[in-house]
Design a protein. Structure first.
Length: 207
């Protein structure tokens, strides 16, 4: 039941690829039009070279259990906003480009603010000496996301660059995911666990 003939499958595949080609042509036309009739919008300043933090930017503390437990609580507080689902930023900027509507970029601007707040707090807390590397990985992954999102939020002014960033965005976003995984492993290795009702489940846009 419900089987398809080979011809039906081929027809569906052709229709799928034709839709992709049509969409690609549409984007090329939109981008060309934006570049030809450049209209500047008020977007965040673009940081072409994302900040790269080093150990000199951290407040380093001891490795005793009390310090690590305090660090775990601070990390949980800082990452709590990431438990809330967010729109897929790449899809948001493409929709804004299609509709030529800067108001549609608000979710991206909100995510930029969330990232900036998190980075600021990550640099303000005391970090156990043996957590410096993983802590920097977390902070730098967010700094890279900020730079990428600022470029994407500038899509109505520089559509070519913004679209190129949007295409690779899921790959760079995964760096944040793996950074949080490393933090979790660090806590596990030091015997730090949270009760089931206090565990934090983070939301990631990786698709």
């Amino acid at each position: 039941m419900g089987g398809k003939t080979k011809n039906t499958e081929t027809d569906e595949e052709l229709a799928f690829y034709e839709a992709l080609i049509k969409e690609d042509e549409e984007f090329q036309s939109i981008v060309a039009d934006r570049l030809k009739n450049k209209k500047l919008y008020d977007n965040p300043p673009v940081n072409n070279n994302p900040t790269r933090f080093t150990t000199t930017d951290l407040k380093v503390g001891p490795n005793d259990l009390e310090s690590i437990s305090s660090y775990a609580k601070n990390i949980k507080t800082i990452l709590t906003p990431y438990a809330e689902p967010r729109p897929n930023e790449a899809k948001v900027v493409i929709s804004a480009l299609k509709q030529n509507n800067p108001n549609l970029l608000q979710p991206v601007l909100k995510t930029i603010d969330i990232h900036k707040t998190a980075v600021s707090k990550l640099l303000a807390i005391e970090v156990p000496r043996d957590a410096q590397v993983i802590h920097l990985r977390l902070a730098n992954s967010l700094a890279n996301q900020i730079s990428n999102l600022e470029k994407m939020a500038n899509i109505l002014n520089d559509p070519e660059l913004a679209l190129s960033i949007a295409e690779s965005y899921p790959v760079t976003a995964s760096n944040f995911f793996w950074a949080t995984e490393n933090i979790n492993l660090y806590f596990s290795n030091h015997g730090i666990t949270f009760p089931e009702d206090e565990k934090l489940i983070l939301y990631f846009n990786l698709d």
